[in-house]
Design a protein around this ligand. Structure first.
Ligand code: WTA
Length: 647
């Protein structure tokens, strides 16, 4: 247990947006008088009409309402309201994969978003309609997200690394009026297809229009009437159509973002207008210590919640300069991130432990080639950061000058819930430390008893906060069932955590059947379903093993159809199949062909046994007396010697 403490430098503390006494006063108010606290905070947003009631609802029903009666528009808050003072300030820097760049001032962003909004309106998209956005990291991704918010359409961004099949499921679930995509994208100097996945995903689905951005100019299938080029629509549209920002009620839906749970079907997490924006806004201000002079870079893809909250909405709601990068950390070489930091003088950098570990392995010389003098604050998100990677980030990247905020949160929480505030208390490598305003973390045991003091248990949140999810799209009972029913009156995060004697939180990992591979949330059941859909496989069980770079890697046990010989080739094909069904990021790293899975007498697969075998821990296998056939253990151990490893 680490006792390592890191204090932020005095220069950081003196200029920070918050000090310890203010934190304590604000957090006390947020927990004891949430209505008063959140009403004060909400004044930071621009409202068309004030709210009449700050909060109604509770966790026993799953009915949550913040700022009832209030009206506002998220895009107006992110763009229009900055124009008077900051029209010529850079809003977005786009660094293309090949090193080209484009910058957009707030005025330019306004023009682009209004044009996109006009296109959407001309295609009859209106308030409440869903729009699926399946785009690589190009400026139009930012524009379309904001254009949806402007006209009150509910965006559902699908990460462009998802397969046609995953996209298909999402289209069926949220029935969008329009899909926005691109012909292709660039990755590692190569083109990849994007529109092709949309064409496949639309198999047997009718949709009026697909709006296509030309990014690569590659050959694509074109369905005339349905498919429309972005640039042609933009040239022909009446731009005035986009100007008016729709008046939205505080609880009108803003977006749906699909994420994995313990069932095979991804859940469409629904976020609404005012509460989400407020969470994004204030967490960005205090945790990223936002200063108007910052050049801020969040490396997440907009297709994940981190990209939504901390690349788009948080920074733009403050009039910040936010960087959008099309490429990957190690192309053309592992110095790319540090080169970009010097190129644009990035001051606040927010990334993921898996990226840090990957770049750490490449050696310090890639970092030392660049100066990184502009950096003043570093952040991580998505998975626990191991102290070794933390120290490298701190010592080598930040040269002991930049505090690190290890931020814990989820798609469902909308914004950061637990994080260091380095001007208020010391950082501890590996710990997300303390709750942000309004977050009331608690630890519960299996029976739902509240644990006090130093403890390890189920991490739950005991009080409603503005940016929390409002539900699962299209499934009225799921919110309550999945998040509020296990421990009545508590929101279940699905994570396990430890609290140390100073009260700091250490996130251990998921307590459910959700895996975290390179910071991506993947349900075991999703991968199992994909494997079983592979023609040769009859049954599959998937677990995680520790991985030095990805944090966790997927290890699949699968049984083959009778008379099929297990080979490395079929394992390779099964991995490729999963990539095709879900996306490359969900590919198993290991496949163990087996003759039988370990089942209890009631027919349940004993996953904890599989976890041990996958990790090579054969000595202490725990209680296996409930297995229907104990001989399966020896079999699994001997088969594990010839496991297939994907590269
Ligand atoms: C994990 C990402 C440890 C956690 C914003 C959570 C973390 C899941 C951290 C949510 C952190 C996120 N330390 N674990 N700082 N941040 N997680 O929905 O298991 O993609 O439940 O949201 O990531 O993943 P999601």
């Amino acid at each position: 247990m680490s006792q390592e403490l890191y204090d932020a430098p005095n220069s950081f503390i003196q200029n920070a947006n918050i000090d310890k006494a203010t934190y304590e006063a604000m957090q006390t108010a947020a927990l004891l008088e949430p209505d008063v606290f959140w009403a004060q905070q909400a004044e930071r947003l621009t409202w068309f009409k004030p709210w009449t009631q700050v909060f109604t609802g509770d966790f026993s029903t799953g009915e949550i309402n913040w700022f009832t009666g209030g009206e506002l528009n998220v895009a107006y808050n992110c763009i229009d309201r900055h124009l008077a003072q900051c029209a010529q300030k850079t809003a977005v820097i786009w660094e293309a994969e090949n090193g080209e760049q484009k910058t957009f001032t707030y005025q330019m962003l306004y023009d682009e978003v209004c044009a996109a909004a006009a296109m959407l309106r001309s295609l009859t998209v209106k308030k409440g309609d869903r729009v699926i956005i399946y785009l690589p990291m190009i400026p139009q991704l930012m524009f379309t997200v904001l254009a949806c918010a402007r006209i009150g359409a509910v965006h559902s961004v699908v990460f462009a690394g998802f397969s046609a099949e995953s996209l298909h499921l999402r289209i069926k679930d949220c029935t969008p009026k329009l899909i926005i995509t691109a012909d292709g994208g660039y990755r590692r100097g190569q083109q990849f297809a994007v529109k092709k996945q949309v064409d496949q995903a639309l198999d047997a689905i009718n949709i009026a229009h697909v709006l296509v951005v030309k990014r690569t100019g590659q050959e694509i299938f074109w369905q005339s009437g349905r498919d429309l080029w972005w640039h042609e629509q933009k040239d022909n549209v009446d731009l005035n159509l986009g100007i008016h920002a729709e008046i939205m009620s505080a609880e009108d839906p803003l977006f749906i973002l699909y994420t994995s749970g313990s069932t095979g079907k991804p859940k469409g997490i629904l976020h609404t207008t005012a509460g989400y924006l407020l969470g994004a806004h204030i967490s960005f201000y205090y945790i990223m210590d936002y200063k108007p002079t910052d050049i801020y870079w969040c490396t997440a893809d907009i297709g994940w919640i981190t990209g939504h909250t901390y690349l788009v909405y948080g920074p733009l709601s403050h009039g910040a300069t936010t960087l959008l990068f099309e490429g990957v950390p190690n192309y053309p070489d592992p110095g790319r991130f540090w080169q970009i930091i010097d190129k644009y003088q990035v001051s606040v950098f927010y990334s993921a432990p898996t990226v840090i570990r990957m770049l750490m392995r490449e050696g310090d010389e890639w970092v030392k080639k660049y100066q990184r003098l502009s950096l003043r604050l570093l952040g991580t998100v998505g998975e626990p950061i191991n102290p070794e990677a933390w120290r490298w980030y701190y010592d080598v990247i930040g040269e002991k000058r930049c505090p690190i905020v290890d931020t814990w949160w989820q798609t469902e929480t909308g914004s950061i819930m637990i994080s260091p505030l380095p001007s208020c208390w010391p950082q501890k490598p590996g710990s997300a430390t303390r709750p942000f305003f309004g977050a009331k973390p608690v630890l519960l045991d299996e029976a739902g008893q509240l644990l006090t003091g130093e403890a390890t248990g189920y991490l739950c949140l005991a009080q409603a906060w503005p940016s929390m999810l409002r539900g699962v799209y299209g499934d009225k009972t799921a919110f309550y069932q999945l998040y509020l029913s296990k421990f009545p009156h508590y929101y279940l995060t699905g994570d396990k955590a430890r609290r140390d004697k100073e009260g700091d939180y250490w996130i251990i990992g998921r307590s459910d059947d959700v895996m975290n591979v390179a910071g991506h949330r993947i349900g075991s059941a999703e991968v199992e379903n994909a494997l079983v859909a592979y023609p040769l496989i009859t049954e599959a069980a998937v677990v995680c093993v520790p991985d030095p770079i990805k944090g966790e890697a997927i290890y699949a046990f699968a049984t083959l159809q009778k008379d099929v010989t297990p080979t490395a080739q079929s394992a390779k094909e099964a991995c490729e199949w999963v990539a095709m069904e879900i996306g490359k990021f969900a590919q198993p790293s290991y496949i163990q062909w087996t003759n039988a899975l370990p089942k209890t007498r009631s027919g349940k697969i004993m996953r904890r046994l599989l976890r041990k075998i996958a990790a090579g821990e054969y000595t202490d296998l725990g209680d296996i007396s409930t297995l229907a056939d104990p001989a399966v253990v020896e079999l699994l151990i001997s088969e594990s010697k010839s496991v297939y490893k994907s590269k």
